[in-house]
Design a protein around this ligand. Structure first.
Ligand SMILES: Cc1cc2nc3c(=O)[nH]c(=O)nc-3n(C[C@H](O)[C@H](O)[C@H](O)COP(=O)(O)OP(=O)(O)OC[C@H]3O[C@@H](n4cnc5c(N)ncnc54)[C@H](O)[C@@H]3O)c2cc1C
Length: 346
């Protein structure tokens, strides 16, 4: 049977390893960090839904499966829970859109006040998406890796993959800081690290590295009920009393502290009870891998020895992508849902 090495234990690699292990495929997951979710996944706002946001390129074809795959994972993985809060957006592009998508509703001040009773001055109008959810991306990634291990996957931390291991013209595995790892197929799920690992391959991987900042706050439990997206910040409760806040950062070269403190001040003003009892725990900037034309998922070599999986809004897409990737690798049959995600090989 073929053996698969997966490089990178972010949410994408964890999902691929879990779904492969569930199918009985021998899989080894290699991560340069000391634990899962050592990359941008730990800094994610992790807002998950199938209605709002952009769905570039082949992401559009995965959209209808996102919430069903999350429900399935919730049933399969003990301890994983999804916060089904719905979302409220205003002042930005979705709120100004004249036509609403399926599952989106325009709501007025009174409905907004019902949904977010602690908002001091509800806006006149917002877009409400009741099906939107949020997860704890770090906890989910840990759970996926643990479950992959329970299904027979081998996991190595503190193992930085330095290059693909060539045997003549073919890729025969990877070379790493802890030695070589042989594989029939290498799956690269290294986030922004993917471009460097793919350098020797005849594959175009137009992946931008885009910074975004996440702040963590303690607050009275239940202060924020939904996912709130305003032009100046986004906020949601990730666990009772723990909030995630995405400040708008215009200039990543300027001191971040100022942008974070400004967003915190606006948050405190926006919510009753958001004053003294809210405390900033910390903030960090994560570097998101953003492929130019939508997800890149598929073989990167004609001989099918290297497979890549990199996408934006990967917390949203990873459960579905991981399931479909494992189907392809286990059966050898291309998944039609991934047809528009293929990388271009020269
Ligand atoms: C502020 C913020 C808000 C966000 N909000 C959302 C949101 O609401 N919804 C959403 O869906 N997405 C959101 N995202 C994006 C989302 O977090 C990313 O799309 C996702 O985490 C990417 O996952 P990944 O597994 O591809 O990458 P990563 O999490 O970066 O995982 C890659 C892993 O590979 C490892 N690695 C890299 N190179 C090597 C190597 N050579 N050898 C071994 N290991 C290696 C890294 O250490 C890392 O653990 C947000 C991101 C940020 C920063």
């Amino acid at each position: 049977m073929s053996t698969v090495v997966v490089v990178g234990a972010g949410i994408v690699g964890a999902s691929v390893a879990y779904h492969l292990a569930c199918r009985g495929v021998p899989v080894t997951l290699l991560e340069q960090g000391a634990a899962p979710a050592a990359g941008v996944t730990r800094d994610s706002f992790a807002w998950v839904g199938e209605s709002g946001r952009d769905w570039p390129g082949g992401a559009q074809d995965l959209r209808e499966y996102v919430l069903a795959d999350y429900r399935r994972l919730e049933a399969e993985l003990p301890g994983v829970s999804i916060r089904r809060t719905g979302s409220l957006s205003w002042g930005g592009a979705p709120a100004q859109a004249s036509r609403l998508g399926p599952g989106q509703f325009r709501v007025g001040r009174r409905d907004i006040a019902d949904l977010e009773p602690n908002l001091r001055s509800p806006p006149d109008q917002a877009i409400h998406i009741p099906s939107d959810t949020g997860v704890d991306a770090t906890a989910l990634t840990h759970a996926l890796v643990a479950a992959a291990g329970a299904h027979g996957a081998t996991v190595h931390y503190d193992t930085a993959v330095t290059s693909l291991h060539m045997s003549g013209e073919r890729v025969a595995g990877v070379l790493s800081s802890t030695g070589p790892h042989a594989a029939t197929t290498v799956v690269l799920t290294a986030g922004t690290g993917i471009s460097k690992l793919c350098e020797p391959l005849p594959t175009e991987l137009p992946v931008a590295a885009s910074p975004a900042t996440l702040a963590r706050i303690t607050a009275p439990p239940g202060l924020v009920k939904t996912v709130v997206a305003r032009p100046d910040f986004e906020v949601r409760e990730v666990r009772d009393g723990d909030l995630l806040l995405v400040p708008r950062v215009e200039d990543h070269a300027a001191p971040l502290e100022r942008a974070v403190q400004a967003a915190l001040r606006r948050f405190r003003t926006a919510f009753h009870g958001g004053g003294d009892r809210c405390r900033l725990l910390g903030y960090r900037t994560g570097i998101r891998p953003i492929p130019a034309h939508g997800p890149l998922i598929g073989y990167a070599t004609q001989d099918r020895t290297v497979y890549v999986a990199v996408m934006h809004s990967a917390v949203t897409l990873a459960p579905t992508a991981g399931r479909l990737i494992a189907d392809e690798l286990a059966t050898g049959r291309p998944a039609p849902e991934l047809r528009r995600c293929r990388p271009r090989t020269n």
